[in-house]
Design a protein around this ligand. Structure first.
Ligand SMILES: *[C@@H]1O[C@H](CO)[C@@H](O)[C@H](O)[C@H]1NC(C)=O
Ligand SMILES: *[C@@H]1O[C@H](CO)[C@@H](O)[C@H](O)[C@H]1NC(C)=O
Ligand SMILES: *[C@@H]1O[C@H](CO)[C@@H](O)[C@H](O)[C@H]1NC(C)=O
Ligand SMILES: *[C@@H]1O[C@H](CO)[C@@H](O)[C@H](O)[C@H]1NC(C)=O
Ligand SMILES: *[C@@H]1O[C@H](CO)[C@@H](O)[C@H](O)[C@H]1NC(C)=O
Length: 628
């Protein structure tokens, strides 16, 4: 292979001269990208099609084009497109080719980050949860089981991209291999080489392939590979010249690129909302552009972690990411231009022409007001609907992955083995609740266990009372050394000293029935008990527009409108209080709102509010730093 690659490098300049017109490559002598024979620099923005309804893709891309960008950078999340091994989904909001067609229609170039691992604060960094069916799989290494799954995915994905490469008449100028691999402890060069060969096999040898790593020597050492163009990522406020000098140590020639210039940052539940000032972002952008480097702004629009798609970080403790991925980016979560966008546009205009005419205005947002909700019943009242097959019977608890349910909720049920007259600790061994367990004895909610936080509660009851343990998967870890993040009860539960046995495990398919219109008739229940319960109501609409649903006074749960899973709320922790409701899921007339509240609904009659602005910065919960 080495000889072949060398031969190729020598050939490129010749090809370029003879082919003339449409060609994108790297000129290592001129230290620039060459597009159609001319030195070229991209000023790009990240947008995640999987965090934006397809209905709005064109709108967002047009705004990015009008902001003066000449390229967009996208990740491709493997788990979004291959939900089960060998089952692929590229329809609707997953229609990657439609998205790419739109970028091309709008005259934007595309930089692809094809994974297989992407991080992105996305569930398991984009890797499918089903990889964990092999318990000791070594993710992001040359483990043959991992590579087999990767290879079959790449054999589907990469051929789709090939006709869209710039050199084949499309608008994809470069493709990233893996993602920040230098931050991963394994440092397995054979794995990177394996990926390189697959990418070249399917995309051809003349495509520009690259890697991205943090701007530290340690990162670049394990993340870069000779045949791959190395780029770095760093945020505002640093020293761009210094960061690029470091990159030069590993890559003496070729264009300089910052692949992730941070316009803002993500949010975690229970911490302060992140913001980055527009002055700082635009000043450091000037510094980067003055070096002549190409840059991609991460994010240009962040969007939303709908459904259960958010990831989690692990920094001493498990830290799930909020539903909003607003990122304090130049386009808001709901796609609206901000002052930061204006600043960035005027910076760009100092370096390259920006399109004439204004950036399109914000889309309409409406306050539909209050909608009161009725309790439909406790979640456990509807097990026959959500688990139509028999529950799995096991002596000791099994994981979500064992029952092949990768997202959402699983109910674990057993009986009290004896009379428990005095309050006795029900506890998880070794912090084994992934990630939150809602516990009822004999149908009465008793409280919860939480990963890295609450490991026991006191319970009492009679022999054979049901113990119901509803476990929520709050998002798989997307970054770090060990991210085989199994969900459910990953260790035993004990009552006092006694290990609980003989479990019934119910994989709950909430989204199937709810997307098909459940509950069809409005049940009415006067039951005021707490714990995981469904509520439903009707939003009447005369004029269609985007809106935000406020869950203020609710605790934690999940919301669906017209069967579309808007994502998690956790108003009891914050900082996010509202969920973005895009207009495409609404209709004129009656709209069904379903809320699964896991702890306690507001006092009767419970209601939700539809307002015209997001609340992402509530300080309900004091962050650890502000407690100090
Ligand atoms: C994308 O564009 C190509 C070329 O114009 C067209 O053949 C294809 O049908 C389009 N696909 C989608 C999904 O829009
Ligand atoms: C940035 O780094 C360069 C090269 O290391 C150095 O010469 C320059 O003084 C630094 N600039 C600032 C503002 O610290
Ligand atoms: C731990 O759980 C308690 C009780 O639910 C909650 O008040 C607290 O905020 C949690 N702490 C952290 C760090 O998550
Ligand atoms: C649960 O406890 C049993 C009996 O001590 C033990 O054999 C089993 O491995 C434990 N299971 C887990 C997941 O820890
Ligand atoms: C939250 O954001 C809004 C809108 O940007 C702002 O008006 C408000 O002051 C912020 N509140 C807090 C507590 O930071």
């Amino acid at each position: 292979m080495g000889i072949f690659v060398l031969f190729f490098l020598v050939l490129v300049p010749l090809c370029e001269q003879t082919w003339g017109s449409r060609y994108f490559t790297i000129d290592y002598n001129a230290n620039c990208f060459k597009k159609d024979g001319e030195c070229f620099r991209y000023i790009s923005g990240s947008i995640h099609y999987f965090r934006i309804p397809s209905y709005y893709w064109r709108d967002r891309l047009l705004k990015m084009y009008m902001a003066g960008l000449n390229a967009v950078q996208i990740y491709i999340p493997w788990n979004f497109h291959e939900p089960f091994p060998g089952v692929y989904d590229f329809n609707g909001d997953r229609d990657l080719i439609h998205f790419l067609n739109l970028t091309s229609e709008l005259g934007l170039l595309v930089i692809i980050r094809a994974g297989p691992y992407i991080c992105a604060e996305w569930d398991m960094g984009g890797l499918p949860g089903w990889l964990l069916n092999k318990k000791n799989i070594a993710l992001r290494t040359s483990d043959p089981d991992y590579l087999n799954a990767v290879d079959s995915w790449l054999s589907v994905l990469l051929p789709m991209l090939k006709p869209k490469l710039y050199n084949n008449g499309g608008n994809i100028i470069s493709v990233q291999v893996e993602n920040e691999y230098g931050s991963f402890a394994a440092c397995d060069y054979n794995y990177l080489r394996h990926l390189l060969h697959k990418f070249q096999l399917y995309l051809g040898k003349d495509v520009v392939l690259f890697t991205t790593d943090g701007d530290g020597e340690g990162y670049l050492r394990c993340g870069s590979l000779q045949e791959l163009h190395a780029t770095v990522d760093f945020g505002p406020g640093g020293n761009a010249t210094k960061a690029f000098e470091l990159l030069r140590k590993f890559q003496p020639d070729g264009p300089l690129v910052n692949s992730e210039y941070y316009t803002g940052w993500l949010d975690y539940w229970g911490e302060k909302h992140s913001t980055t000032s527009k002055e700082l972002v635009s000043q450091s952008l000037v510094d980067i552009l003055e070096t002549g480097a190409s840059v991609n702004m991460y994010m240009f629009e962040g969007g939303t972690n709908f459904g259960y798609w958010n990831g989690a970080d692990f920094q001493k403790t498990y830290k799930p990411v909020t539903t909003s991925y607003d990122y304090d980016a130049p386009l808001s979560e709901a796609g609206d231009p901000t002052d930061k966008l204006d600043k960035i546009r005027s910076v760009i205009s100092q370096f390259q022409p920006v399109p004439q005419g204004p950036v399109p205005p914000p889309t309409q947002k409406l306050r539909y007001g209050s909608v009161s909700l009725k309790k439909i019943g406790s979640l456990v009242d509807f097990l026959d609907i959500f688990t139509p097959s028999h529950p799995v019977e096991t002596q000791y608890p099994v994981t979500f992955e064992d029952v092949k349910q990768y997202f959402g909720f699983v109910l674990y049920r057993t009986r009290l083995p004896r009379d428990v007259l005095t309050p006795t600790p029900l506890s998880t061994c070794s912090n084994g609740v992934h990630d939150r367990a809602y516990i009822a004895i004999d149908g009465v909610f008793k409280g919860l266990l939480e990963r890295d936080n609450v490991s026991k509660i006191l319970v009492s009851g009679k022999a054979s009372d049901w113990i119901d343990v509803l476990v929520e998967n709050m998002g798989r870890i997307n970054f770090g050394a060990s991210f085989n993040d199994f969900k459910g009860l990953v260790t035993n539960l004990t009552l006092g000293e006694e290990v609980l046995t003989d479990w019934l495990v119910y994989p709950l398919n909430l989204d199937g029935p709810i997307s098909e219109g459940w509950p069809h008739i409005s049940f009415s229940s006067n039951d005021v008990s707490t714990g995981p319960s469904f509520y439903s109501g009707t939003l009447q609409i005369l004029t269609l527009a985007d809106t935000f649903i406020s869950l203020q006074h609710w605790a934690k749960g999940q919301v669906w409108i017209n069967g579309f899973n808007l994502g998690r709320y956790w108003a009891a922790r914050g900082p996010q209080i509202t969920l973005y409701v895009p207009v495409n899921i609404l209709k004129l007339g009656e709209n069904t709102v379903v809320v699964l509240e896991l702890e306690q609904a507001p006092p009767d009659p419970p209601s939700v509010m539809f307002i015209d602005k997001p609340i992402l910065n509530s300080t309900v919960y004091k962050s650890k730093s502000s407690l100090l």
